[in-house]
Design a protein around this ligand. Structure first.
Ligand SMILES: Cc1cc2nc3c(=O)[nH]c(=O)nc-3n(C[C@H](O)[C@H](O)[C@H](O)COP(=O)(O)OP(=O)(O)OC[C@H]3O[C@@H](n4cnc5c(N)ncnc54)[C@H](O)[C@@H]3O)c2cc1C
Length: 426
């Protein structure tokens, strides 16, 4: 942990203890599994099955990591206690995601695409495990399903986007209609992270057309079992040059669920979604800090060793400027994200959800991460492009993350709308 002088003592203590514990957990559980499955992890033809799914061998290893992490108290540590989490604040999350990605993130030479595949599952997110998004589940869902999610045994996914509705969530077409005590759901979802592997999904569907037309609600969230009759997984959607991936689409044909599968209040599903998305935005921004620190560490090291024109390239001012620019971006994103997380934590006291700041942090971090990786590749010359030093993968990850959880344009739209409504506090 750096000189985080503005961070209260109690948070610093949790962070220090947790980083040490997390590193020990990853070293003891995830890295031996990586070594055991190296042949599969380093060859996409083995890693993915023909239909683009991650193979069972790796899914099993991932599950072991999740479950061991849950046993050790890390997996759901940022989720509320009511859904089996540790109830730890989001500022700690920033430091932990940073530490995890700096040490084990993309760029580690051992493993190519799949690097992170067995280390990242130590911390749950709203697209796979226990999170604030599940706070609104009914007592029966909490009793029947949440314990296995909290243990890392089962996984959930977050199904909002559709083929015709991504940025514009009001455009979703999935509908839920009441039939006696049940809801019947029809529609489809697309681009859903973890859909190929999830046991359950939180699905967003229209329950009141008029409210939707006025953009005043009318979308509800439902907790579904992915093996329910009428629920079909349609296939994996590979992204950015991969043969498979984590995203998928699904269709619902008369999926019948009891009334107690509603998550949160009827017609107020958008609020449930925002719990997930806001947390996701800060988590992505935190990952970017660690991922960029990794790239800077590698670039500093390389610049000291690599010689041209009789001296280490670190002595050329052009290289120094790139290293310095990377540092400027990392420092800025780190303290921007930490301040945003502090504002989120203070919400119960202030009543002000930092909507604008969350969008600023997400947009800034992913856009700057791409620039940082671009510079890291430049500092490494040809080696930067080689998949032996997968900096190119960090570049692709940063590029990819400019789309989910709100594109750069949608973040800017949110920032501008908040300011035009009077939120001009900085
Ligand atoms: C890797 C990945 C993982 C994902 N995971 C999930 C998930 O787990 N769950 C889920 O529900 N969704 C998920 N998504 C979907 C994601 O949220 C959407 O892709 C995203 O919101 C953008 O929607 P879209 O793709 O439909 O693009 P569109 O909304 O069609 O946008 C196309 C372009 O138009 C721009 N644009 C749109 N509206 C405006 C506007 N008003 N002003 C200016 N520009 C605008 C956009 O910024 C973009 O550049 C994921 C997507 C990806 C790529």
């Amino acid at each position: 942990m750096a000189d985080d002088v503005g961070i209260p003592e109690d948070i610093r203590d949790i962070v220090k203890g947790s980083i040490t514990g997390l590193h020990q957990l990853v070293d003891a559980v995830a890295l031996p599994l990586e070594a055991e499955h190296k042949a599969t992890l380093t060859d996409e033809r083995k890693f993915f099955t023909e239909d683009g799914r991650i193979c069972d061998e790796i899914l099993d290893a991932r599950k072991q990591v999740r479950m061991k992490s849950a046993e050790a108290g890390y997996y759901g540590m940022f989720a509320p206690e009511s859904v089996g989490g540790g109830g730890i604040g989001i500022r700690v999350m920033v430091f932990l995601e940073e530490a995890l990605y700096r040490r084990y993130g993309p760029g580690r030479p051992l493993i190519t695409w799949a690097k992170g595949c067995l280390t990242q599952p130590v911390l749950a997110s709203f697209v796979d495990g226990p999170s604030h998004m599940l706070m609104g589940v009914s007592p029966s869902v909490r009793e029947e399903f949440i314990p296995s999610i909290a243990k890392g045994e089962k996984m959930v996914c977050f199904g909002l986007s559709e083929s015709d509705a991504g940025s514009d969530v009001w455009g979703i077409k999935t509908r839920a209609r009441r039939d006696g005590d049940d809801w019947i759901i029809n529609g489809s979802k697309q681009w859903i992270t973890n859909a190929p592997y999830a046991d359950y999904s939180v699905i967003f569907a229209i329950t009141d057309e008029e409210l939707v037309a006025q953009h005043k609600g009318g979308i509800s969230a439902f907790f579904l079992e992915t093996d329910a009759p009428g629920y079909t997984f349609d296939g994996v959607l590979p992204v950015m040059g991969h043969q498979g991936g984590d995203c998928g689409s699904m269709t619902f044909e008369d999926v019948r669920v009891p009334a107690d599968r509603l998550v949160g209040q009827e017609d107020r599903g958008f609020e449930v979604a925002m719990f997930g998305i806001s947390e996701g935005r800060i988590a992505i921004a935190s990952n970017m800090i660690g991922m960029c620190e990794f790239a800077l560490d590698a670039s500093l090291e390389y610049a000291k060793q690599r010689k041209t024109f009789g001296k280490p390239i670190a002595e050329h001012q052009a290289i120094q400027f790139m290293l310095a620019d990377m540092a400027i971006d990392i420092f800025t994103m780190k303290y921007m994200v930490l301040q945003t997380a502090a504002l989120v934590e203070s919400f119960p006291k202030t009543g002000r959800m930092p909507v604008k700041e969350i969008s600023i942090a997400k947009a800034y971090a992913v856009e700057k991460a791409q620039e940082v990786y671009d510079k890291a590749i430049q500092v490494h010359g040809g080696m930067g492009l080689s998949s032996e030093l997968p900096l190119e993968e960090g570049f692709r990850i940063a590029r990819t993350l400019r789309i989910p959880d709100g594109t750069g344009e949608i973040q800017r739209r949110t920032i501008a709308r908040q300011m035009l409504r009077g939120d001009t506090v900085f």
